[in-house]
Design a protein around this ligand. Sequence first.
Ligand code: NAD
Ligand code: MG
Length: 293
Amino acid sequence: MPDATRTPDVDAAHIEPIHQDGLPGHESQLEPKPDWQPRYPGSGRLKGKVALITGGDSGIGRATAVLFAREGAKVAIAYLCEHDDAKKTERICREEGAETLAIPGDLGDPDHAREVVRQVIDEWGQLDVLVNNAGEQHAARDVTDIAPEQLQRTFQTNIFAMFYLVQAARPHLKKGAAIINTTSITMYQGSPELLDYSATKGAITAFTRSLNDNLIGDGIRVNAVAPGPIWTPLNPMGGAPKEKIAKFGESTPMGRPGQPNEVAPCYLFLACEDSSYMSGQVLHPNGGTVVGG
Ligand code: NAD
Ligand code: MG
C-alpha cells in the first residue's frame, strides 16, 4: 500500500499523490472496453439543467455524463488524475451538444471540493444535479491488512468528499434540485475483502436517507444507486484480486457483469422529473440480486 496520508487540515500542496499504487485505473487501458453509449435518443429530460458528476471521467460516471449530455444538461465532471479518460468524456459529451467542464483533483480535500463547485457556478451560475459518484476501493484479505492510511483515504474519498461537496453546493441548490449518491451492493450483502470500502458504502446509504430528511422540506431530493458488479476500471485495474476478475459478475442471477450504460439510466431517472415523488431511496442495478432497502 502507498504510504500517503491525507488529512483535511494538511495543505493540499503537501498531500502526496494518492495514486501511487496505480489507482485509479484508466479506462483507456481497460480491455474489453466498457459500454458507455446511451441506448436511446434523448428527450430533453435535463434541458436547462447543470449537473456535476464526480468520477465522471470513466465507468459509471462517464456513462452518466454522456446520458445527461444527451438529455440536454450542461455537464461538469470532477475526477482525480485520469486526464486521458476525462478528455474523451468531454469530447463525447460535446458531440451530444453539451457544454462541458472537466476538473481534476482530490475531492477528499475540502478546499478542492469547494473549488470544484465554485468553478461550476462561475461557469454556468447554477447547479441543479449533484452526482456524488467518485470512489476508491482496495481489497484486503484480512482485517489486519488494512493500513490506517488506506482506511483514512477510503473514507476520505468515498464519504467525506460527499459531505464537502454537499456543503459547498447547498447554497446553490434550489427547489427541484437532485442529489444522487453512489453506494454499492457490498453495503447490503457485505464483502469479506472490502471491509473498509463496504463500510463507506453503508455510511453513504445512511447519509442519503438522513440528507433526504434534512433537505426534502426545501424541495431537494436525495437518492442513491447501489450497483452490483459493473465493468469499469475500478475492479479489474487494482480494486479486486486478479482471480476474482476472471469470474467477475458470474455469481449474479444474470451470470454476468453489468455495463455502465445499464446503470446510467438509474441516475437519469433520479435526476429528472420522472422521479418527482421519490427521495431517500436506493435503486439496485445489480443483475437480479434481491436486497432489502
Ligand atoms: P471508475 O474507476 O471508473 O470511477 C471512479 C472514479 O472516482 C475515478 O474515475 C476517479 O477519477 C474518481 N476518484 C477516485 N478517487 C478520487 C478522489 N480522491 N478525488 C476525485 N475523484 C476521485 O469506477 P466506477 O466503477 O465507475 O466507480 C464509480 C462509483 O461506483 C464508485 O463510487 C464505486 O464505488 C461505485 N461502484 C462500482 C461498482 C463496480 O462494480 N464497478 C459497484 C458498486 C459501486
Ligand atoms: Mg477514472
